[in-house]
Design a protein around this ligand. Structure first.
Ligand SMILES: *Cc1c(COP(=O)(O)O)cnc(C)c1O
Length: 494
């Protein structure tokens, strides 16, 4: 059986379902698999599999205490008609690059790939572990996680979900999507602060033992839907395996030939999933880590120092406006030789000084990665240029990756076939996308822009956007960073 160990305490080991249930390990650690399993099915076989079948082949290797029946049921319930294409994650080629479109789920961002299955994994885990408390999902969001988690958990019996978002740090459409969420078990709160403050506040509540006791007395326990939950990480590995198999099937790459992957990165979850896929034996070459102007990761890859002490910049790719990339800890743990002690030391330094520096020995293990960033104008130029030459419209996050990918190819001359993780529909960031194409669009209203985008892209307006045109605002709570815990207690009535 595959066990999961905390990145901060070698003694803390749990089963997969327990790791899904707990979200975060004690003392702020993250759960990592004791070792990364190898794919045990050939690419030829994978090439003929559906997304759901591929998901089973990958997830069964990580979630070993789920039965075949349980896992297949979770997969069936997750990847169904909520997605607007039976391919679930189609590849679209433009200018010689394959865009892996991860935004065909209910909230039109890649978070749906994991958050449509997490509630099912979680409820199954609760049953397996004889949990009788209601599960309270506590989440901080930079915009996309929140809505995807709300959509995933709304109406799911035995759960409540509370989402904190930075009030002035998400796009108008992201905000509207969240505050119009239906379901008695949902609660959405804007905070007067940024994403990192929201995330820190949530992490504090998770590790607050007093609070846990009060909740337990009232029949509740916390769990996390944030990308630190392995129940989110594992489903994200699936689409890299799926994409490679489809690239082989279509003749884009020969079986065994390497493929590079470029990922617009914030919390480091998506690219970490690609790294895990590579370690499972998938022929991935470079992992191209693309940042926006909040380029902490670029600086980390180029200097070996992670330093969050800097100005927080609001960009047109808000889901990547992050100074603490939580999932990087899993990579740090690994390059520290799976040492909880060493990792703990560095994370303590991050907590106390806002920075840490890895050793040369650790840096030497980062050769799989290439980091760079795109400025706001480079991001806009990428959107415009790809539209003008290929007629394909990408969102701002994907454009950051497209711009960085080009920098990588120009710097290195590496001609390896590349996929870009396309993480959001352009409809989610309509204003930024349309004004990147032509500034004249800035005078129009958000929904006028939606219609203009439909004309330019010839891609039908997604249902997720149609739904919020007229929806009523149901969540109006706004609080200060220091009041988060109070607000949670109020909502739960404890
Ligand atoms: C969350 C998100 C990202 C960043 O993904 P991480 O896994 O946090 O690195 C990029 N683009 C979009 C659209 C997102 O929603």
């Amino acid at each position: 059986m595959m066990l999961y160990v905390s990145t901060r305490n070698a003694e803390e080991k749990v089963t997969a379902s327990q790791a899904v249930l707990k979200g975060l390990a004690e003392h702020g650690g993250l759960f990592v698999p004791e070792e990364i399993p190898h794919l045990d099915v050939s690419v030829e076989k994978l090439a003929d599999m559906s997304y759901q079948e591929t998901a089973y082949e990958v997830m069964k290797l990580f979630l070993t205490d789920y039965t075949e029946e349980e896992l297949k049921k979770c997969i069936r319930n997750a990847y169904d008609e909520k997605f607007d294409t039976s391919e679930i994650a189609p590849l679209v080629k433009a200018q010689g690059i394959s865009y892996l479109e991860l935004f065909h789920g209910a909230t039109i961002a890649f978070k749906d790939m994991a958050l449509s299955i997490l509630p099912h994994l979680l409820i199954t885990a609760a049953r397996k572990n004889h949990v009788t408390n209601d599960i309270v999902i506590l989440t901080a969001t930079s915009g996309d996680t929140g809505k995807a988690a709300l959509a995933g958990f709304a109406g799911v019996e035995g759960t409540k979900i509370i989402v904190f978002y930075p009030k002035d740090g998400v796009s108008p459409i992201q905000q509207k999507q969240m505050v119009t969420q239906k379901g008695d078990n949902t609660f959405v709160v804007g905070i007067n602060g940024n994403f990192d403050q929201a995330q820190t506040g949530v992490k504090q509540m998770f590790s607050d033992q007093e609070l846990a006791k009060e909740l337990a007395a009232a029949g509740y326990q916390f769990s996390s839907a944030n990308s630190i939950n392995i129940g989110r990480l594992v489903p994200q590995i699936v689409y890299y395996v799926y994409a490679y198999a489809k690239m082989v099937k279509s003749g884009e790459v020969k079986n065994g030939e390497k493929m590079n992957v470029a990922v617009p990165t914030g919390n480091f979850g998506n690219i970490l999933a690609a790294f895990y896929a590579k370690n499972m034996g998938l022929p991935i070459g470079k992992l191209i880590c693309a940042s926006n102007e909040n380029k902490v990761l670029y600086d980390f890859f180029t200097t070996g120092t992670y330093d969050k002490n800097r100005e927080f910049i609001l960009t047109s790719s808000p889901s990547m406006d992050i100074l603490i990339s939580s999932n990087l800890e899993r990579l740090i743990y690994r390059i520290a030789g799976d040492s909880a002690g060493k990792n703990q030391e560095l994370m303590l330094s991050l907590q106390e000084k806002g920075e840490y520096t890895i050793t040369d020995e650790m840096r030497a293990q980062l050769t799989d990665f290439y980091g760079n960033f795109a400025s706001e104008s480079e991001t806009a130029a990428a959107i415009r240029e790809i539209y003008e030459s290929a007629g394909y419209i990408i969102d701002t996050h994907t454009a950051v990756a497209a711009a960085v990918c080009r920098k990588y190819q120009e710097e290195t001359g590496d001609g390896t076939k590349t996929i870009i993780a396309s993480t959001a529909s352009p409809y989610k960031f309509t204003r930024s996308v349309m004004t990147a194409i032509d500034e004249k669009y800035d005078s129009k209203s958000d929904f006028e822009l939606v219609d203009e985008l439909e004309m330019l892209s010839k891609v039908k307006v997604p249902k997720a956007i149609e739904d919020i045109r007229t929806a009523a605002v149901l969540h109006k709570t706004v609080c200060e960073v220091g009041e988060m815990q109070h607000v949670v207690k109020q909502f739960l009535g404890v």
